[in-house]
Design a protein around this ligand. Structure first.
Ligand SMILES: [Fe+2]
Ligand SMILES: [Fe+2]
Length: 170
């Protein structure tokens, strides 16, 4: 795990870096996985369903912030990161599709906890590598963009993360 880059935007000493904002979001989503996993292992499929649904929504919001704010800014200023951003994009598609299937599998009168557990493990494994790559090599690059661009990205990404439906809030 990377250290957070030093140097918050000069005009606001309280502001956090993009790396700090999005890494915190990663950790919060990790916590939801633990909740879902515990509910599954304890034989509470309805609770597991709720937790997985929440993970899906939190990840959707997180990914939207990356697609709408972070990746376009990097693609513009750092064409050398194009292949990395493309790979991250493909991971996102996998996470959302696999989690949607798991949520669906836990719904209704005959839930399928075994499939949900397998799906969740596959997502968690790929997500760990994905998050490490973002935290070590992608977010810090966004924080280092010249001028006020890093501060703008951080502000816009934080605003995107705040757009959570109330039932999925932190
Ligand atoms: Fe991502
Ligand atoms: Fe991320």
């Amino acid at each position: 795990m990377s250290e957070f880059p030093q140097g918050a935007p000069a005009d606001d000493p309280q502001a956090r870096s993009l790396t700090a904002e999005l890494t915190t979001d990663h950790r919060e989503i990790d916590g939801l996985f633990l909740e879902a996993r515990t509910a599954l292992e304890d034989g509470r499929p309805e609770e597991a369903h709720r937790a997985l649904d929440r993970i899906w929504m939190r990840l959707a919001v997180h990914i939207r912030a990356e697609h709408k704010v972070v990746f376009p800014a990097l693609a513009k200023d750092r064409p050398d990161l194009q292949a990395t951003l493309q790979a991250l994009h493909e991971d996102h598609d996998f996470f959302m599709a696999t989690l949607a299937a798991a949520v669906q599998g836990l719904r209704g009168p005959s839930p399928d906890p075994a499939s949900a557990r397998a799906a969740m493990e596959a997502v968690q494994q790929r997500l760990a590598a994905h998050n490490a790559l973002e935290e070590d090599q992608v977010y810090p690059e966004a924080d280092r963009l010249p001028g006020a661009e890093g501060a703008r990205i951080t502000r816009d990404a934080a605003r995107e993360l705040a757009f959570l439906p109330r039932r999925h809030g932190p």
